[in-house]
Design a protein around this ligand. Structure first.
Ligand code: IPE
Ligand code: IPE
Ligand code: MG
Ligand code: MG
Ligand code: MG
Length: 286
């Protein structure tokens, strides 16, 4: 069993093993972007859901790394000049600033495909691995993260409704967070009741996570965040902050966090760590 205190270290070690080393610019760019700096929220959710659903989470480590690979690819592409055009990520120059746009694009592509290769390396049943691949593909693609990034671009400069914004964020951010929680359940062979709780938790946590990200883009400190502030305003993004203002956005994130925590009651005391995580993410500074 991987202990909670070891989640960060074990995920970082495993990522180092799964991402190929090589001296070509794309391998270097992949390693550069995956290395340290990230909070590793999604892999931690995979490991912890596997644990609270009653199974040894060691076997879920490849699923956890797959989530982080897809997330990292989404950040590399999100920072490109044709997208948000941000030059800092995880406290260092963005991938395209360091390696150029073409190699950054390919590093993202390579991480996306490596994620599915990594899922298939898990020491779990073929059915579990198939289910994980299918679920992850759905959450990452046009009906998930990529679809949300599409709406995010289409919303630039527009006045959108709360429902449209919720749809955008549910896809661009919540979808991968949901995939993390559900892949943890799949690795544990969890029943429908547990999966349902994981889904409800992800619904609250995932939306709150993007709202806090939008708030930090205004109120945060770039040195602490490890990425630029003011990016959303520069790009004329439609965000919770531009729609509701800071205070109302904070209240909304608080409410969603409470909903997420309530969903975990089925796990009893076992759910405490995930409840604390939700609180920490609500009050984070990076
Ligand atoms: C940033 O995600 C992008 C969003 C979906 C809001 P994280 O805040 O999880 O970024 P890292 O992985 O810690 O760098
Ligand atoms: C990006 O949202 C979400 C992704 C799917 C990558 P943002 O564009 O707000 O993320 P940051 O602020 O650049 O990390
Ligand atoms: Mg973006
Ligand atoms: Mg961005
Ligand atoms: Mg942001």
């Amino acid at each position: 069993m991987i202990e909670r205190d070891d989640y960060l270290g074990r995920v970082n070690d495993a990522l180092k093993e799964f991402v190929p080393t090589g001296n070509d610019p794309v391998s270097l760019a992949m390693n550069y972007s995956v290395e340290n700096g990230g909070k590793r929220i999604r892999p931690m959710l995979v490991l912890e859901f596997c644990r609270v659903c009653g199974k040894d989470n060691e076997a879920a480590l490849p699923f956890a790394c797959a989530l982080e690979m897809i997330h990292t690819y989404s950040l590399i592409h999100d920072d490109l000049p044709c997208m948000d055009d941000d030059d800092m990520r995880r406290g260092k120059p963005s991938c395209h600033v360091k390696f150029g746009e073409a190699y950054a694009l390919l590093a993202g592509d390579a991480l996306l495909t490596l994620a599915f290769e990594t899922v298939m390396k898990a020491d779990l049943s073929e059915k579990q691995k198939n289910d994980a691949c299918l679920y992850l593909a759905k959450c990452a693609g046009i009906n998930g993260m990529v679809g949300g990034q599409t709406l995010d671009l289409m919303n630039e400069g527009k006045s959108v409704t709360a429902d449209e914004l919720k749809k955008t964020d549910s896809l661009k951010t919540l979808a991968l967070i949901n995939a993390a929680c559900i892949l943890g359940c799949i690795a544990a062979g969890a029943d429908d009741k547990m999966k349902d709780a994981a889904e409800k938790y992800a619904n609250g946590l995932g939306l709150a996570f993007q709202i806090v990200d939008d708030i930090l883009d205004v109120t945060g400190d770039s040195a602490v965040l490890g990425k630029p502030v003011g990016s959303d305003e520069t790009n004329d993004k439609s965000t919770y902050v531009s729609l509701l203002g800071i205070e109302e956005s904070k209240r909304t994130a608080e409410k969603l966090t409470n909903d997420a925590k309530d969903a975990l009651n089925v796990f009893g005391k076992n759910g405490e760590w995930l409840k604390n995580l939700a609180d920490k993410l609500l009050n984070r500074e990076n």
